[in-house]
Design a binder for this molecule. Structure first.
Ligand code: F6R
Length: 245
């Protein structure tokens, strides 16, 4: 695993954006696996700036997002499709027909998940997967205790994830209780993975994920088994690392 310990959030965002842009330059029609949440926002801002300067071309890029809430239409400001449109897709020259986010409105959730796995296969798999890390070790919405073998599936969000995501909604009661997420298997099949972690609040889970036991109780710990993972973090999240753990 490569580790970039950066001085702060902006620096981490630039480093992560560099990794994504290198991927796009090396393979213009690459398949990017993308994440939402607070952490990658700075990375998307940087990618947009480089696009605006003429340094990046998204015209052939394809993308698959990790997850989506169940029951939120695409145009809902809390949906992950809306997040991606506003932070990236509507601001660069990506062809939106080549951007995929799980369909949280499909009544037959199992069918929606099967379709999403087919999309990932049809695209030829993920070249570079971007991940954030939940405080409970979740990646995507793969919550503690789930099986590592799963592909895209529906999940009931844990209480800690509902609490953590309430900051994006008016109240905790408004956070959807279910989501559709790529499984650990989809994530582990990505050729390369970059995980971004920032802030003191992620310090403990970073240590448990990357230096602790590999266990479904800490879903991100499975990443220790992937052969091309880059961890990008700020000093606050990686301070144990700096001390040699
Ligand atoms: C987002 C996602 C989640 C987040 C995680 C961290 O698509 O799948 O796993 O990456 O909850 O969220 P933030 O970055 O808000 O701390």
């Amino acid at each position: 695993m490569r580790i970039y310990c950066t001085k702060d959030y902006d620096h981490a965002s630039r480093v992560a954006a560099n990794i994504v842009s290198a991927q796009i330059i090396m393979k213009p029609d690459c398949v990017l696996g993308l994440a939402t949440g607070a952490t990658p926002i700075g990375m998307y801002e940087q990618l947009v700036r480089w696009y605006e300067k003429g340094d990046l071309d998204f015209s052939a890029v394809r993308s698959v997002n990790l997850d989506e809430y169940r029951g939120l239409p695409q145009e809902d400001v809390h949906s992950y499709r809306y997040f991606m449109d506003t932070h990236l897709f509507d601001r660069v020259n990506i062809d939106k027909r080549n951007t995929y986010v799980p369909d949280g409105m499909e009544e037959d959730a199992e069918a929606a998940c099967r379709k999403y796995n087919d999309v990932i296969r049809m695209l030829g798999g993920i070249d570079l997967q971007v991940l954030g890390l939940g405080h409970n070790g979740h990646i995507g919405f793969n919550e503690p205790g789930g099986a590592f073998e799963k592909e895209t599936h529906c999940v009931t969000l844990s209480e800690s994830t509902i609490r953590a995501n309430a900051r994006f909604f008016d109240s905790e009661a408004d956070v959807p209780r279910q989501a559709c997420t790529m499984g650990i298997k989809n994530i582990m099949q990505a050729k390369k993975i970059v995980v971004i972690v920032c802030g003191e609040s992620k310090r403990e889970i970073v240590r448990r994920s990357f230096c602790g036991e590999i266990t479904p109780e800490v879903p991100a710990s499975v990443l220790q088994l992937h052969n091309d993972v880059t961890l990008v973090g700020d000093e606050a999240a990686l301070q144990d690392w700096e001390k040699g753990i």
